[in-house]
Design a protein around this ligand. Structure first.
Ligand code: ADP
Ligand code: MG
Length: 341
């Protein structure tokens, strides 16, 4: 009975979150360093959100404040209408997924997952049942008796995930969860993370400095810069309409152009090589990178602009260019996107 209850409740997504998480003028100061500067944001219940930004922009500090591992200097963290900013980590409805090395080496996989429940005084039978249901969810039930040292990196990661889920959080917090994995495993695990989030229906807040990861995973990307939120929105909206020069450059595959009428961005795949008479800009090729389906050209424009152009390998092969060549660049005026300050 207990068995079916716990495992079916997980599978039906009973954890499904209905609580929005809101940051209100959230601020963190370390002495004179302003690590997080009055940020406001609402994380919609049940969404996958990536906090994206360069190293040192305040992502981890924001995550640690949400988790309760770092005190708030100013502002509030509100979950489902309740201010949780003064609560201890275990009483917030949040959980942090730590890196794989945080597994207890002397406990089996199952004991690792059940550990938090044991601390809470949950009985042995119930602990085992719940741990097994979670291990099933991350596809690790068959290895429940193994010790962490007997697992691959990816398997350890899944156990860490199951362990974080054991407290049935409304919000799961993940700080660069894929950065220690090799590129192949990283792609596999990111698909897995997305699947799990959708199955459980809870909010995931995932910190990353990888644009690809954020684009592939998120319902919402929150781009941070120097302790502030620069732009938030669905990946396509951020990619197609970056608000600022910083976002356009950081998100990648964009060129930034300064014109008398203002500053603009244009996607690298919307710029093409053109004959002299139809060119909008003249440029010199500085590097050519073959990327499989596309070829990336780096160029220096006539006004010393750094430009990148992405063309299909077929287009490149039809009219190849070499480093040092002078070429013309062209684009449709409609593809220029005006940037704010
Ligand atoms: P990110 O995760 O985006 O790389 P962090 O949130 O770790 O950035 O850091 C934001 C800023 O706060 C950085 O300038 C960093 O040096 C500073 N910082 C982070 N943690 C501490 C700390 N414990 N003491 C002092 N400064 C810190
Ligand atoms: Mg960090």
């Amino acid at each position: 009975m207990a068995d079916t209850l716990a495992s079916t409740s997980l599978k039906r997504g009973v954890m499904r979150s209905h609580l929005d998480l809101e940051l209100v003028s959230l601020t963190k100061r370390y002495g004179k360093t302003l690590a997080v500067d009055e940020i406001d944001h609402v994380f919609a219940a049940g969404s996958y959100v990536c906090l994206l930004g360069p190293s040192g922009c305040g992502k981890s500090t924001t995550l640690r404040m949400i988790a309760g591992h770092e005190a708030v200097s100013d502002g509030a963290i509100v979950l489902g209408g309740t201010d949780i900013s003064a609560r201890p980590p275990a009483r917030r409805g949040t959980a942090m997924m730590f890196q794989s090395y945080a597994l207890f080496p002397h406990l089996s996989v199952e004991e690792n997952v059940a550990f938090g429940l044991k601390m809470k005084g949950v009985g042995k039978a119930e602990r085992t049942t719940r741990a097994q249901a979670l291990l099933e969810l991350v596809d690790m039930a068959a290895l429940a008796e193994r010790m962490p040292a007997q697992l691959s990196g990816g398997q350890q990661q899944r156990v860490a995930l199951a362990r974080a889920m054991a407290s049935e959080p409304q919000v799961l917090l993940l700080d660069e969860p894929l950065s220690a994995l090799d590129p192949f495993l990283r792609l596999k695990m990111r698909t897995e993370l997305r699947r799990l989030q959708q199955e459980m229906g809870i909010t995931f807040i995932h910190v990353t400095h990888s644009q690809d990861e954020a684009m592939a995973l998120s319902d919402q990307i929150v781009v941070m810069n120097a302790g502030r939120i620069e732009q938030a929105g669905p990946p396509r909206a951020v990619f197609n309409a970056p608000k600022t020069e910083f976002v356009a450059r950081f998100i990648g595959n964009h060129n930034v152009l300064s014109r008398p009428e203002g500053r603009f961005s244009i996607r690298s795949d919307r710029v093409r090589l053109a004959a002299e008479d139809s060119a909008v800009m003249r440029a010199r090729v500085s590097a050519i990178e073959y990327q499989g389906t596309t070829v990336a050209l780096s160029l220096v424009g006539e006004g010393a602009e750094d430009m990148t152009v992405l063309i299909t390998d077929e287009a490149f092969d039809a009219a190849p260019v070499n480093g040092g060549d002078a070429v013309g660049l062209a684009w449709e005026a409609a593809d220029l996107h005006r940037l704010g300050d």
